[in-house]
Design a protein around this ligand. Structure first.
Ligand SMILES: *Cc1c(COP(=O)(O)O)cnc(C)c1O
Length: 460
């Protein structure tokens, strides 16, 4: 590795001295040194060494409109000039909260006309846990408290969100999960489908929900919570049979359905919401990330009329955050939604850049290292395998090969994220065709380079 510039060395030393990073092993990170991002525009980021890198992950699944949009900065400045903060606790409201709530009611599916604002996806899911339990208690069914979620789901990192999520690494620290959360199998055919066809496995995974309901008892269950497509779990796109079968099961049971749309919302899958892409009709939706394209932190829970009407009859909901409906974050979100609408980014993902990138991405499936290349809208994964076409054979020491490939991708000026031994992408919805070509070329070179490196290391 070349020696970092003095500026980078200085940044790294100060960062190492004082900054505890999210989801990081700080000792090994500090030994290696962080990449310092100093600029971003459109689909690109620049580090302090002058490298220009294609941001294949939209920051962290959030920068749907691309980086560096001046309109958002101006909207934020305008709002700050009026006022930067007032709360919504004590019989107060303000224009940005009103306009954003109204806009969300317009763009979400018809059952949604009301929103509870929060500051993040984790807070949205913590709100969901409290809200669904409060809903059933208000209906005189206080025993309906259990939330069913899936293994390897990601719902955030607070006590509630981390518990609802099905990540064993998160559960292993800090006394999670909290009581009353039950995890069932995920619809991950490539990794767990065994001898079943995709269609069979989709039905099987959905019926795990039915089994859990029968075991726990419908009278004890508040809600089923799921991402339409699991994001952080590795862009797990369920088989086509999965959601229809879940729908059939829930139609026979009195259990709420919650869609965690924190990633799949705001155009990512080629519709405004992933629920529309999969024909799901949730009672609640968690939203964050793309709502503001990450320019400022804001999230929410969309509440269907069915649930809201009960809650409104039940008096005060003892819940909220200082920054619920923060006026400046709401102004940023509103401007972001204006851009998504005016530039027809949702249609663009469905009809133009989505199909274009998907075609090139699926063609990576030809590569000898790739067991499957899948993508819906603009979120995709490639599964790296040692013995193609076997799905069963895996690399030893899960995650090692994925990390090697991820680092090689960065060296090829493309941000891809490693999940186990797969590589995932979720580029900005503004990605141009030319940038898509560059992304695909870097991804293919990464696969070639990774294959060579694995042979050199004796791992292949
Ligand atoms: C990122 C994410 C969250 C958590 O959002 P934060 O803003 O990081 O708290 C929740 N659910 C899903 C599906 C996510 O991808």
């Amino acid at each position: 590795m070349t020696k970092p510039s003095n500026a980078t060395a200085d940044y790294r030393a100060r960062d190492a001295a004082h900054h505890i990073h999210a989801f990081s092993d700080m000792k090994s990170l500090n030994a290696e040194g962080s990449r310092v991002i100093v600029r971003a525009e459109g689909s690109w980021i620049w580090d302090s060494e002058g490298n220009r890198i294609l941001d294949g992950m939209s920051g962290l699944w959030c920068v749907n409109i691309g980086h560096g949009r001046k309109e958002i900065a101006e909207a934020v400045q305008r709002q700050m000039a009026d006022f930067s903060f007032y709360n919504t606790f004590f019989k107060s409201t303000h224009p940005p909260a009103i306009a954003l709530a109204e806009k969300l009611a317009e763009i979400t599916p018809p059952q949604f006309n009301r929103v509870f604002f929060v500051g993040s996806g984790s807070e949205a899911n913590d709100t969901v846990i409290r809200m669904v339990r409060h809903y059933w208690a208000s209906l005189g069914q206080p025993n309906k408290t259990v939330l069913i979620a899936r293994k390897n789901a990601y719902h955030g990192s607070t006590m509630g969100g981390g518990s609802l999520g099905g990540m064993t690494s998160i559960h292993s620290q800090g006394g999670l999960p909290i009581p009353g959360i039950h995890h069932i199998a995920q619809p991950y055919w490539f990794g767990e489908g065994g001898e079943m066809s995709e269609a069979e496995f989709g039905n099987f995974a959905a019926r795990e929900l039915e089994k859990a309901i029968d075991e726990i008892g419908e009278d004890n269950i508040a809600a089923f919570v799921a991402e339409p497509i699991q994001g952080a779990g590795g862009v797990i796109i369920p088989p086509a049979t999965y959601w229809p079968e879940v729908k059939r099961i829930l139609a026979q049971r009195d259990i709420l359905l919650v869609a965690d749309e924190v990633i799949t919302g705001f155009g990512r899958t080629g519709n405004w919401f992933g629920s529309e892409t999969f024909g799901i009709e949730p009672d609640l939706m968690s939203i964050a990330k793309g709502i503001s394209s990450g320019y400022l932190p804001i999230g929410g829970v969309m509440v269907s009329d069915k649930v809201a009407d009960v809650l409104y009859d039940a008096g005060e909901f003892h819940h909220g955050f200082t920054y619920s409906a923060h006026p400046v974050t709401a102004a940023a979100a509103l401007e972001n939604l204006r851009i998504i609408e005016d530039e027809k980014l949702v249609d663009r993902v469905r009809d133009d850049i989505g199909p274009y990138l998907q075609q090139g991405w699926r063609a990576l499936g030809d590569h000898p290292l790739v067991g499957e290349a899948r993508m819906t809208g603009l979120m995709g994964a490639i599964e790296l395998v040692p013995k193609k076409p076997s799905r069963a054979a895996k690399f030893a020491d899960t995650g090692k090969v994925g990390t090697i490939a991820r680092d090689i991708s960065l060296a090829n000026n493309l941000v891809m994220r490693a999940v186990r031994d797969s590589l995932i992408i979720a580029p900005p919805l503004t990605l141009s065709h030319d940038e898509a070509d560059q992304l695909l070329a870097s991804a293919r070179k990464t696969l070639d380079d990774t294959q060579a490196e694995l042979k050199r290391l004796g791992l292949l």
